[in-house]
Every structure is written in C-alpha cells, then in structure tokens.
Design a protein around this ligand. Structure first.
Ligand SMILES: [Zn+2]
Ligand SMILES: [Zn+2]
Length: 119
C-alpha cells in the first residue's frame, strides 16, 4: 500500500503502468494539490489513467520526449459522468500550466509545467 499523498490520492495511483515506478523525487506536490481542487469542483473521484511514465514506457506509448509524465508533473484524468469539456474547464480554473483534451479517449491531460500549453 503506497503513501497517501493527499486526502484523495495515493501514490499507487500514479505509478508507471508498465513497471510500477514513481519518480525519484516523487510526484510533484503542486500537481496533487491542484488535482484535489479539481476533484472538489466536479464533486466526483478522479480516475488517474496515466500518472508517472518511466522513459521506456513513455517511448512505448508514443509520448513526447520531454513529456511532463516523465517528470512526475502530469496526470491524465477522467471522472465518471463528467464530460471532457467540463473536466477541462475545471482544470482551467485551477490554473494548470498544461491542459490537453482527448475527446475520443475521454480524458484530460493536466500538468504543472512552468508556462502555458493548450491542446
Ligand atoms: Zn515503467
Ligand atoms: Zn498526459
């Protein structure tokens, strides 16, 4: 059982799907704090479909070489009964650096990069 990072998120939810690793420095605290706010806004548990990705896994899933997932600063999220647009609006209000909408796969990518990226 992994360490509880915040009231609603456990580090196990963010482990690399391929090897179970976490970043050496752990997940970025700012990411977890902001995810808690999104959860409170939508009023539903967030499902973390991708958190940390080790470089090997990131390459395998076709992630960008400098993917925020490799840095432990990103998560792909969904929530039962909440649309991608609604989830993205919440993420926008919380002030994530990066927000990416994936309508077809039904998730929203969020990250705490310095600066702003939207897709
Ligand atoms: Zn891995
Ligand atoms: Zn992502």
């Amino acid at each position: 059982m992994g360490t509880q990072l915040s009231p609603h998120f456990n580090e196990d939810e963010f482990r690399c799907r391929h090897c179970g690793q976490l970043p050496a420095e752990g997940m970025a605290p700012e990411l977890i704090t902001k995810l808690e706010v999104v959860r409170a806004m939508v009023g539903k548990p967030l499902i973390i479909t991708s958190g940390y990705r080790c470089p090997t896994h990131n390459k395998a899933v076709g992630g960008a070489a400098k993917s925020q997932h490799v840095l432990g600063t990103a998560a792909d999220i969904s929530a039962r009964g909440i649309g991608v647009d609604e989830l993205a609006r919440a993420a926008e209000r919380v002030g994530f650096g990066g927000v990416g909408l994936y309508h077809r796969q039904h998730f929203v990518h969020v990250d705490v990069r310095p600066g702003r990226a939207r897709w």
